[in-house]
Design a binder for this molecule. Structure first.
Ligand code: HEM
Length: 538
């Protein structure tokens, strides 16, 4: 038979584990030698110099000196929790994913985050929030790495370093630490007008959530689902919070940033400890998988576009309940590693150029952040499905692999690569036709529309939400030093809506420009202005 090559799963290892470093009643060195004194260095007499031979002193200080790992290059500030996902079975017609079959319960770990701030930054800043979920499914791990805003700043991952360089603090003075109130951010947004839609969501109350528990989550990209019969559909993932969608006011957010910068992680931790388990419903918008990959004229490969829910209702497929706080922040929340390529059978990718670039980026950054290629062996990252791979050796290798033939097929270790019947369990790439087309660095023409959905969002807001948006732009743009940047961004607002532009211009003491593109003729969405959600089972 096949050699035993798998690591114990997190569950088998009894995760969260205290196996390393907390056994027995006595303090020891890392080698298990019992210690008598950990408060005094070994010296040549009470007043003499410290001796190099003091191994305990050196081990203690050396390990401390290396306690830190690099923070995430984005989404550095976060908070996580364990939970369980229970499927309704309503997705069985469109996907063969086993974790979505009726009644199936799957363990999960969720990490919420801000995007731009450093690890120690405040929770309540105006920013996008990450909403990343690791489903430890019995068919392999599925990571749904989403945000609380359904669109993204850019359409092509090649611009990700650029938007993040523009959004992070200025290289010279390292300010602002975590907000969008600065020249480079608005320089980028006003020059790369595809970013206007996401920026508008940021300036709305969605940019300052009341709690992680009151945020929606979105997979953003369109994914391709495949069912038992091999039929495909396109889909977008949505998380709907049990408590409804709620935001802070700007004044509350500002005050909390000073009074309690840990407001969101405290709220999450306290709620779970008190037994008020946060809940979300997972839903999907499903679209026919046509060669055009559009729905109602909307390009499904463009991550700066939503599909309004009144055109494609979100169909509930299961419930997420967060019911356990991490035992150790570093071991779990800091070391968890998400990746869009972690897909179970039944869920596949599309050609969205932002998604395609993300498929490269996450593992690449984790190789540095988590110190080499074996981070899937860290307890929080271990699949709860059996693992039998041919990956060997490398830094921080914890598995003791048996056998002599880590290649398939082989004639020594029972190495039949794909036993009969395997198709029923295996991930099979959907054999999508790839068009014969010239190599180009270009977008589809449909990606050129940068303003119509921003206008749709603006017109869908209630009067008080509009007022908050105007004040947010006025505050954030008011922090820019360069007048030319404010003026260029006012041009962007003019192309979204003349009223929005005029009000912000007045606040900034600048003239309001005329639109340079025809204003889109859009029907406001009732769903977007809805604050406070409805729970379908209520
Ligand atoms: C981290 C979401 C676009 C690169 C994250 C995290 C989330 C997220 C939620 C935090 C994961 C965690 O909690 O550990 C998104 C969404 C995007 C997007 C929703 C667009 C729809 C991109 C793009 C790139 C990228 C285009 C690169 C081309 C990264 C990197 C990290 C990260 C490098 C840090 C990962 C780590 O250190 O473990 N992203 N992201 N993201 N994202 Fe994205």
């Amino acid at each position: 038979g096949a050699p035993q090559t798998r690591m114990p799963t997190g569950a088998e290892a009894g995760a969260p584990t205290t196996a390393n470093g907390q056994q027995g009643a006595f303090l020891t060195t890392a080698q298990g030698t019992r210690l008598r004194d950990t408060d005094h260095s070994l010296k040549a007499g009470p007043r003499g110099p410290v001796l190099l031979q003091d191994h305990h002193l050196r081990e203690k200080i050396t390990h401390f000196d290396h306690e830190r790992i690099p923070e995430r290059v984005v989404h550095a500030r976060g908070a996580g929790a364990h939970g369980v996902f229970t499927a309704y079975g309503t997705a069985e017609g469109v996907t063969r994913a086993g974790f979505l079959k009726k009644g199936r319960k799957t363990e999960v770990f969720v990490r919420f985050s801000t995007v731009l701030g450093s690890r120690g930054s405040a929770d309540t800043v105006r920013d996008t929030r990450g909403f990343a979920t690791k489903f430890y499914t019995h068919e392999g791990t599925f990571d749904l790495v989403g945000n609380n805003i359904p669109v993204f700043f850019i359409q092509d991952a090649i611009k990700f370093p650029d938007i993040i360089h523009a959004g992070k603090p200025h290289p010279d003075r390292e300010i602002p630490q975590s907000q969008s109130a600065h020249d480079t951010f608005w320089d980028f947004v006003s020059l790369h007008t595809e970013a206007q839609h996401h920026a508008l969501w940021n300036m709305s109350d969605r940019g300052i959530p009341r709690s992680y528990r009151t945020m929606e989550g979105f997979g953003v990209h369109t994914f391709r689902l495949v069912n038992e019969a091999g039929e495909t559909a396109l889909a977008k993932f949505h998380w709907k919070p049990r408590l409804g969608v709620h935001s802070l006011t700007w004044e509350e957010a500002q005050m909390l940033g000073g009074v309690d910068p840990d407001f969101h992680r405290r709220d999450l931790y306290d709620a779970i400890e008190a037994g008020a388990f946060p809940e979300w419903e997972l839903g999907i918008q499903v679209f026919p998988d046509t060669p055009e990959e559009t729905f109602a004229g909307i390009d499904l490969l463009d991550p700066t576009k939503i599909v309004p829910e009144e055109l494609a209702p979100v169909q509930p497929v299961g419930t997420l309940t967060l019911n356990r706080t991490p035992t150790n922040f570093f071991a779990e929340t800091e070391q968890v590693a998400f990746h869009l390529g972690h897909l179970p059978p039944g869920i596949d990718v599309t050609n969205d150029p932002l998604l395609q670039g993300r498929l490269f980026s996450y593992v690449d950054t984790q190789l540095t952040r988590l110190g080499g290629p074996n981070f899937s062996q860290i307890p929080i990252n271990r699949p709860h499905a059996p693992v039998n791979d041919m990956l060997r050796d490398g830094f921080h290798q914890h598995a003791v692999h048996a056998g002599v033939a880590p290649y398939r097929p082989n004639s020594l270790d029972g190495g039949n690569p794909f036993p009969a019947g395997d198709d029923e369990q295996a991930f099979l790439d959907v054999p999508v036709t790839v068009a014969e087309a010239p190599k180009v660095r270009a977008n589809p023409v449909s990606f050129d529309d940068h303003f119509s959905q921003a206008r749709l969002f603006w017109l869908s807001m209630s009067p008080v939400e509009k007022e908050h948006i105007i004040r947010a732009y006025t505050f954030e743009l008011g922090k820019c030093y360069h007048q030319a940047i404010k003026e260029r961004q006012l041009q962007g607002l003019a192309n979204i809506d003349p009223v929005l532009c005029a009000q912000v211009a007045t606040g900034l003491g600048l003239p309001a420009p005329e639109p340079t593109v025809p204003l889109a003729d859009v029907t406001p969405s009732p769903a977007l202005s809805q604050v406070g959600g409805e729970w379908p089972s209520d």
